[in-house]
Ligand binder design. Structure first.
Ligand SMILES: [Cu+2]
Length: 140
C-alpha cells in the first residue's frame, strides 16, 4: 500500500466516522426507568430520523416512556384526560411500557423540531417525578 493510498483511506474513514455523529443528535438512545425517575432525564435526537430507544426498567413496578405530542405539556396528572382513548389520541405521540426487570429495544420516528415532554403515565408516577425532555434538532 502506498502512502498516498493510506492517507486517502484514512481521510475516508474519518469522513465516515464524523458524518455518523450527525452534529450530536443520536439515532439510538437509552432510557432507564425506576421509582420514580428517568435516567437520563433528557435526550436529543434529529428530526425525522428513525430512533432506536433502549428501554430498561430497573424498578420494581411497571413504567412507561411516553413522548407527548408537539405543543402538549402537563403540569400534573390532573391535566391528563380520563380515558385511555383520549390520552392516546390527544396527548401521546409515541409510547411504550416495560415490565419491572425487563428491557426492550423499539423504534419511533422523531417528530418535528422542538422540545417534547416525556412522562410516565402510570397513576402517581409523573407527580412523583417521572418526567423528562426530548429535544428534536435539525439533523442537517
Ligand atoms: Cu412509572
Amino acid at each position: 500500500m502506498t502512502l498516498r493510498r493510506l492517507i486517502a483511506l484514512t481521510v475516508l474513514a474519518l469522513i465516515v466516522v464524523l458524518s455518523g455523529c450527525g452534529g450530536g443528535a443520536a439515532t439510538e438512545i437509552d432510557a432507564n426507568l425506576k421509582e420514580f425517575a428517568f435516567d437520563p432525564t433528557s435526550w436529543e435526537v434529529a428530526a425525522g430520523e428513525t430512533i432506536t430507544i433502549n428501554l430498561q426498567n430497573d424498578g420494581s413496578v411497571e413504567h412507561e416512556w411516553v413522548l407527548l405530542q408537539p405543543g402538549v405539556t402537563i403540569d400534573s396528572e390532573a391535566d391528563l384526560p380520563e380515558t385511555e382513548e383520549e390520552l392516546l389520541s390527544d396527548f401521546v405521540y409515541w409510547e411504550d411500557e416495560v415490565e419491572p426487570g425487563d428491557s426492550k429495544s423499539l423504534t419511533f420516528v422523531a417528530p418535528e423540531l422542538g422540545e417534547y415532554q416525556i412522562i410516565c403515565a402510570i397513576p402517581g408516577h409523573f407527580d412523583a417525578g417521572m418526567e423528562g425532555t426530548l429535544t428534536v434538532v435539525d439533523g442537517g
